[in-house]
Design a protein around this ligand. Structure first.
Ligand SMILES: NC(=O)c1ccc[n+]([C@@H]2O[C@H](COP(=O)([O-])OP(=O)(O)OC[C@H]3O[C@@H](n4cnc5c(N)ncnc54)[C@H](OP(=O)(O)O)[C@@H]3O)[C@@H](O)[C@H]2O)c1
Length: 240
């Protein structure tokens, strides 16, 4: 049984990250929860919870280093930072919509946050006890399952994220860490990220805490299966 005593959620201010904080709090007793958030205006609910919340920019390596200096060990780390759209950038419908600024934004937020944190968290995982380092990826980042096209920046940046996850898993294993390194698709979930697209979706859309519980069930199920996996919320393996 996985009984983490310390957890870190990166990007827990709202959305799925906040759902994960709430689900972790309810699921594991005697756990100390650390959370990072960036936008204070959106983190009102988080700041009412009894957790250790730190405001930082998850892409700023100096701030990551300062945060990590204050922590000895984590058993469960989940990165929930991600980007699909904002007022200036929309997912591309075709090549006509491609531009380098939007592609770079997708890659910075969706791909680069995870290896930056892995670099500084590597020493925080135990060689003796089992731990988890997971990142929320997306089904549309699967190259093998891409049949619809479009959404170039989001798809490609999640595919790059998946390659980072696989490569981090190899390095952690070579360093004899007992850490499961997992990319996970949370399932469509009601958050700011999915909101503009949710009216066209026919399948179930999860609430953030429901989705978070699916994620935690899947992560617990992975511990026996190994590391360097791309998982759906229901435990199924997704083709890279
Ligand atoms: N919702 C879905 O249906 C769905 C489906 C598949 C995959 N996912 C993935 O799940 C993860 C969480 O998504 P969500 O639905 O919870 O989205 P969300 O509500 O929009 O939350 C996005 C998170 O990313 C952070 N973030 C966004 N832009 C940032 C930037 N420029 N710099 C630093 N941090 C930034 C946000 O923090 P601040 O607001 O504090 O900046 C927030 O913590 C993402 O990786 C997403 O791709 C979601």
């Amino acid at each position: 049984m996985f009984t983490p005593r310390s957890a870190l959620v990166i990007g827990g201010g709202h959305g799925l990250g906040l759902g994960l904080v709430e689900a972790i709090k309810n699921r594991y007793s005697d756990i100390e929860i650390f959370v990072t958030y960036r936008d204070e205006a959106k983190a009102g609910k988080l700041l009412l919870l009894d957790v250790n919340a730190t405001k930082l920019d998850p892409l700023n390596e100096f701030e990551i280093v300062e945060f990590c200096k204050c922590h000895e060990k984590f058993d469960l780390v989940i990165n929930s930072v991600g980007f699909l759209h904002d007022s200036e950038t929309k997912p591309e419908k075709s090549l006509r919509d491609i531009n380098s600024a939007d592609l770079l934004k997708n890659f910075s937020i969706n791909s680069i946050v995870t290896p930056l944190w892995a670099k500084h968290l590597k020493s925080k995982f135990s060689k003796k006890e089992v731990s988890v380092f997971a990142t929320l990826s997306a089904m549309v980042g699967s190259i093998g399952e891409n049949e619809l096209g479009g959404w170039y920046g989001y798809r490609a940046s999640k595919a790059a994220l998946n390659m980072f996850i696989k490569t981090i898993a190899i390095e952690f294993r070579q360093s004899r860490l007992k850490t499961s390194v997992i990319a996970i698709h949370p399932g469509t979930t009601h958050t700011e990220l999915s909101e503009p697209f949710s009216k066209n979706i026919k399948h179930k859309i999860w609430g953030p805490v429901e989705a978070a519980n699916n994620i935690l069930n899947t992560l617990e199920g992975c511990l026996e299966e190994g590391s360097g996996l791309f998982k759906n919320w229901d435990g199924r393996r997704i083709e890279w």
